[in-house]
Ligand binder design. Structure first.
Ligand code: SF4
Length: 478
């Protein structure tokens, strides 16, 4: 099926896409002719349109087209690959935007039991995904490093592993990890991801600690972790609040100064406890996009000057737009990644289809509970909650998405729509998810139309996960 949309940022330019993810830009006259199936071989763009299989409204079928379709949706053939263990809700930080209802370090009843962790591991290995990722989250998971050691050891030796690779990740402030813990992370390839919100004052304000030296503790912990696990063994993410919106370049420059090679610029999520702080910390999509565009242009300029740093949101979308491969990013999957790609094992033994669903549950919305860690995978995936979410699980079946030219690159995210609008199949137009993605696709496609040599080279490198000096921008120029 082919679809079209006028590019908001490029008057007179119409983007055409098809189910295979092919795209091209036409002017209005060409677009009108194609819509009426009146494009003729003597017209200049006829061959371009034909080469992308867009002469027919139905699109190409069979052979190569089926292979491309299968490649774009290859995740469909696999069970859940991302398994999140919430080993504790306890945390020593009190971040302004905390989404997970953290509890005090000395609170009791908020840790995962050893028995539930062992049951959760059985669920992990019931999945037939060819590669598995186990992510440790909290609260602050370092407070239960004893359990993490046990899960890692048991996962390696699990009888249902069948030689499959297991990747381990951990979202942590780093500050409570001992040198011995970090040595364990190095020895078992546990990739660490920490939070750095930008320049020192911004970070310290948003992520306060009782001792009041949040920035210094973060930087010292980063240096110590890198010494032990290696420089590339630690990644970082910023949370973009209203305060951060006025500092796009300082946020990016902080990441460059700290030697990170990527930065993931995402708007604040409207989930869990963050909803209560939305009024003081939140902002509109328009305000976020103004921040994002300045930051992205700054990042592109840095890359042009030889400073390699990737913006992850753009990299994910460009991979969908410029290659036949999916990025693996769960929020931009159709069918959804919730439950089908991700399972979350909460500290209390409940199982959720995504971290956002777990966050919603922490504030009283229990509609997303799939069951308990004691239920087998088939029971969890056949639960009433999954059947309910299925109504909004396929983007191509949502009335607003059906004709959207961005749908080959977008996702369904029924959990977001159920949380923010009440139902998983709520209208997409006007939802925060759709607004943000639509704005980002408009921006990125408008940038592609300009064919700036340096931008194209950086975009090609990000889409293909390659070093910038190894790609040729001509690969993606039209
Ligand atoms: S969510 Fe919005 S941008 Fe994404 S495919 Fe649907 S209508 Fe298009």
């Amino acid at each position: 099926m082919r679809r079209s949309i006028s590019l908001a940022r490029r008057p007179g330019v119409v983007l055409w896409t098809n189910d295979l993810g092919e795209f091209l830009f036409l002017n209005k006259d060409e677009s009108v002719a194609l819509s009426a199936n009146k494009l003729t071989p003597d017209q200049t763009r006829y061959l371009d349109v034909e080469a992308r299989g867009m002469l027919s409204p139905v699109g190409p079928a069979g052979g190569l087209a089926d292979t491309v379709r299968r490649t774009r949706k290859s995740f469909l053939m696999e069970g859940p690959s991302l398994h999140i263990f919430v080993v504790t809700l306890r945390c020593d930080h009190s971040c302004q935007y905390c989404q997970v209802s953290r509890v005090a370090v000395n609170a009791s009843g908020f840790d995962m039991s050893r028995e539930d962790a062992v049951l959760a591991l059985d669920r992990v290995f019931e999945s037939d995904a060819p590669a598995l990722t186990i992510e440790f989250q909290g609260g602050e998971p370092a407070l239960r490093f004893d359990l993490i050691r046990e899960v890692v050891a048991q996962a390696a030796a699990h009888p249902a592993r069948s030689g499959r690779p297991i990747h381990f990740t951990m979202a942590t402030t780093l500050q409570l990890l001992s040198d011995d813990d970090l040595g364990f992370c190095r020895d078992h390839a546990i990739h660490l991801s920490t939070s750095i919100d930008g320049p020192a004052l911004l970070h310290a304000t948003q992520r306060p600690t009782p001792s009041g030296n949040s920035w210094k503790r973060t930087i010292d912990a980063l240096a110590r972790a890198r010494d032990i696990v290696g420089h590339d063994g630690v990644a970082a993410l910023p949370t973009i609040t209203r305060t951060a919106l006025s500092q796009p370049k300082p946020v990016v420059d902080t990441y460059v100064e700290l030697g990170f090679r990527s930065i993931f610029l995402r708007p604040l999520a409207p989930y869990g406890f963050a909803r209560k702080t939305q009024r003081s910390l939140g902002y509109s999509t328009t305000e976020f996009m103004s921040f994002y565009e300045t930051a992205l242009n700054h990042i592109l300029d840095l890359n042009k000057r030889g400073i390699a740093i990737e913006e992850t949101t753009a990299a994910i979308m460009l991979r969908h737009m410029l290659t036949p491969f999916h990025s693996g990013y769960m929020d931009l999957r159709s069918p959804t990644g919730a439950g089908l790609g991700t399972l979350v094992y909460n500290y209390d033994g409940r199982v959720y289809p995504s971290d956002e669903a777990r966050m919603a549950a922490e504030t009283g919305d229990q509609r997303f509970v799939l069951g308990s860690v004691a239920d087998d995978l088939d029971t969890l995936l056949g639960s009433d909650a999954m059947k309910w979410l299925a109504r909004g699980a396929i983007a191509e079946k949502q009335p607003d998405c059906l004709d959207c030219a961005f749908v080959p690159y977008c996702g369904a995210d029924p959990v977001h729509h159920a949380i923010t609008q009440g139902e998983p199949d709520a209208p997409r137009h006007g939802s925060g998810f759709c607004e943000k993605n639509m704005a980002l696709f408009h921006l990125l496609f408008a940038m592609l139309t300009k064919r700036d040599h340096d931008t194209m080279r950086t975009f090609a490198a990000w889409a293909m996960s390659r070093e910038r000096d190894t790609v040729q921008p001509g690969w993606i120029e039209q």
